[in-house]
Every structure is written in structure tokens, then in C-alpha cells.
Write a protein that binds this ligand. Sequence first.
Ligand code: DP6
Length: 327
Amino acid sequence: MGKATAIAHANIAFIKYWGVRDATRRLPTNNSLSMNLDAAYTTTTVEFAAGYRQDVVVLGGVEVAGRERARVVEHLDRLRAQAGLALPARVVSVNSFPMAAGIASSASGFAALTVAACAAAGLRLSERELSVLARLGSGSACRSVSGGFVEWRAGETSEDSYAVSLFPPEHWDLRDVVAIVGGQAKAVSSTAGHAAAPSSPFFPARLATLPERLARLKAALARRDFAAFAPLVEEEALSMHAVMLTSRPPILYWAPGTVRLMQAVWAWRAAGLPVCFTIDAGPNVHVLCLPEAQAEVERRLRSLAEVHDLLPCRPAGGARLVEVPQT
Ligand code: DP6
């Protein structure tokens, strides 16, 4: 009992989670599919001890308060209820990537928090149970619990809404060169965006097209067929952004550089480079490519004025406990 540290990677969705059937329990409207990213991860240490007066949450070296702290405390409360524990905790969490880069940290953050806090509380859970618990903190976090290429099955109840690994990281050496294009701080949180999704008249149309797209994407992934994979991933990202743009009120996550990059990627693929893009709830563009194209893709991205920085990633494993030297 006491203290544990875990690492979890962020993930990029090829089939997106956008829309919830049940906001409190974060039950998604549809299945989603993602890949863990090796260079983008969160390391979290949780210590339960009677000595603390209340839960302390330190993110990136700064003690946080308000909504950010409350979301972590709510998650600890779920876990304490399950473990029959009443002790306060100290949570210290660090991202491998700058927060300002606009890469979603809630997936890696809540996956690492779940795995570390369960170990510190002496809760022995299966991967499936950890996935369910991480999902309650942040939906996409359930996909960071399992390794490699992961599918989150929407399920009917909280107990059967969890993620499973479809293929290990070694299955396909796909690269995700995350192009940071900047823009303002996230205008609308993902949580608010999920709630707004049904206000789009295009939401039902998106849901109707998803099962077929998911099946085709899984088949392309199984075959490591980039030519089939590329247009499906882009179609999916644009379908989600079409729902965002037509929600009431509309949500526009793109910056001018986002559009510039989408057009550049199309031109590069048309000229023979194995490259495609996907975009989450923000302006940055995830430029996916085969390993032989990565150096050229990075060179071209760096030549664009809109690109502030690059974070090249490979497929990564799932969340895990790590040993840290005692100080
Ligand atoms: C666009 O998992 O951040 O990245 O459950 O409210 O924490 P909450 O939402 P979150 O939503 C992720 C949305 C997305 C698509 C995806 O990762 O599937």
C-alpha cells in the first residue's frame, strides 16, 4: 500500500470517439480505433497517505486547483470507493510533450492515473477493468490502457464499454509526425463537444456510415495496406469535423495552418508519397506515413511557415507500472 508510478501513452484515433450516449458514464455513441504514440506519454505517481489533509494534484510541476483538480479528485473518489479506502492522495504528473503543444493529455493522463492509483491503493484489476475505470475519467483514456492498435467497443453498459488491443505495436511500423500549427487555446473542450454532437443534422448520417468505415479500416490495418488506409482515415477525420462545424453553435477547431497542411498532404500523396492526415479536437495535424517516407515528410513539413514544431511518433505499448528510484 502506498505509492506507485505508471506511464501511459497518448493515442491518435483513426476512427473517432465523438458523441456520448451517457455523459456521466462516458458511454460513447460509437466504437473507435486508435494507435498509441511512443513519444507522447504521461508519467504519474500516486501516493495515498494519512499525512495529507486533502488530495494534492501537481501537473507539470504546478499544483492545480479548480476544475482540473476536481476531475482528478472525482477519479480518485471512484477508485477509493472501489478499494474501500479513505486516505487522501498526492498525485504528481508530468507529460513528455509540452502542454502548450495542444496534444490531448487527458487520454495518457487518466490512463496513467488509473494504473498508478490502483496499484497504490492495492486494487488488483484486470486490463478490462482498468480500461472501464480509465474511461470514466476521460473516454479516450480507455484506449491508452491497452497496447498498440486498440479498439474501444462502445458496449451497452459501463462494464462492457472498454478497449482491447487488436494488434501489438510491432504489427505495423506506421509513423505519426504530429505537426504543431498552434492557434488559440482550445476553444471548446472535448467534453462539451461530445454533448453538442447530436445538435448537428449530420450526426445521424455520420453514425450510419461508421460501421462500414470501421470494418474497412480494420481490414486495411490487418493487411498493413496504406493505400486503402489513407483515404479512410481522412474521410473519418473530415466526417467528425463536419459534425463539429454543423453543431449548434458551430465548433471550428482548425487554424489556417490546418487547412494548408491538409492540402499539402493531398498534393504529396497524389505525387506518390505514402502519407495521409487526421485531426483531433484542435488545430494540429497528425501526418501519418510509412517509415520510408518519414524523413521526406518531416523535411517538407519543416519548410512550411505554418508548422511551429514536429513530434514524430511510432506505435507504443499500453499503460504500465514503472519502478522509480526512491529518494
Ligand atoms: C477528438 O476523450 O478527450 O480526440 O471523454 O470528455 O474526456 P472526454 O473526451 P476525450 O475525447 C476525445 C475526442 C477526440 C477523438 C478521439 O480521440 O477518439
